[in-house]
Design a protein around this ligand. Sequence first.
Ligand code: NAD
Ligand code: GLY
Length: 364
Amino acid sequence: MTSSGIERVRIDLAERSYDILIGSELLAAPASYEGLPRSADAMIVTNTTVAPLYAPRLQAVLGTRHPQVHLVELPDGEVHKDWQTLNLIFDALLARACDRKTVLYALGGGVVGDMTGFAAACYMRGVPFVQVPTTLLAQVDSSVGGKTAINHPLGKNMIGAFYQPLRVIADLDTLRTLPRREIAAGLAEVIKYGPIADDDFLGWLETHADALMALDSGALARAVKRSCEIKAKVVGADEREAGLRAILNFGHTFGHAIESGLGYGQWLHGEAVGCGMVMAADLSRRLGLIDEGYTRRIRRIVERCGLPVRGPALGADRYLELMRLDKKAEAGEIRFVVIEAPGRAGMRAVPDGMVREVLAAHSG
Ligand code: NAD
Ligand code: GLY
């Protein structure tokens, strides 16, 4: 921790490197924005829920840096992570004659962040953007690493780009207005870092789960920082997911099938990932990689964080059909992130029969 109480995690990507700032009272602090471009125009992209909570403070601080600070409010929800809503950002930028130096500020959760990043990648072939994540999930995962996307009715996050922000400003105080269900969803992405990369962190989470759910400041700061450190290391080694980065998708192959199979927005992304991790852990056990005890630990921490551990009854055929559309699938073969040993993950193609066994045990 620095003397100012701000934690800094660096994403090391040569000329695309940037800092993640983590701490309290960062959103309205001029120091959080020092060093960012002072373009004539700035555009805050947010949604109808987050705008009344935080947009005025962001507008005020950005007003000291940019002569014109514009605001676009998107409709709220995963169901709006689509072309039509993305176009609202382009409409707003063009209507205000924003030029290619305009800085976009994504103020909100992962949906706003993913869409703003994709808009920034596309507008005039690329404008700078800054992530100001206000959900736990966005602070520990989606705002970091440059994956941007919208959904397609046939598959989640299927249309997008790798495009890094200039900075991530994670103000922990914003988490205090988050509904409890959203905190739990964010914890799913925190939990995943333990089994895939840091077994000690899983142990720490087991001890501090209650403190995290009670939004204890120290516990939150530690969880966000450690999550970002792990993500920074993985993204620094494999920005465009040639291999290693896929481990960040532990639980996501099952999870994405749940989300698109039920219709976006029925289960929260983190809820689907939580349940997906239970399924992927069981798959790892059936492959003989981890034992029953470790599988049980993963299931127990997911459950303790208030996340579902049983998938919806979509039917195994439908699950398999949806999972064949996963971005990790190759030539129609589904590839899963598996736990190879506590704190270490890898990728495996798995026979359909074994996947059916997992689905029979954990869904319906
Ligand atoms: P979200 O963006 O839908 O936010 C959850 C809800 O909380 C929304 O209703 C939002 O308006 C509200 N909200 C946000 N901040 C708030 C605050 N401080 N107080 C009160 N309410 C607040 O969901 P999410 O869980 O943040 O993100 C999920 C999305 O992130 C999914 O689309 C997923 O695909 C994506 N994702 C992307 C990556 C990536 O690497 N790019 C990684 C993980 C997830
Ligand atoms: N959340 C997965 C990734 O960033 O690669």
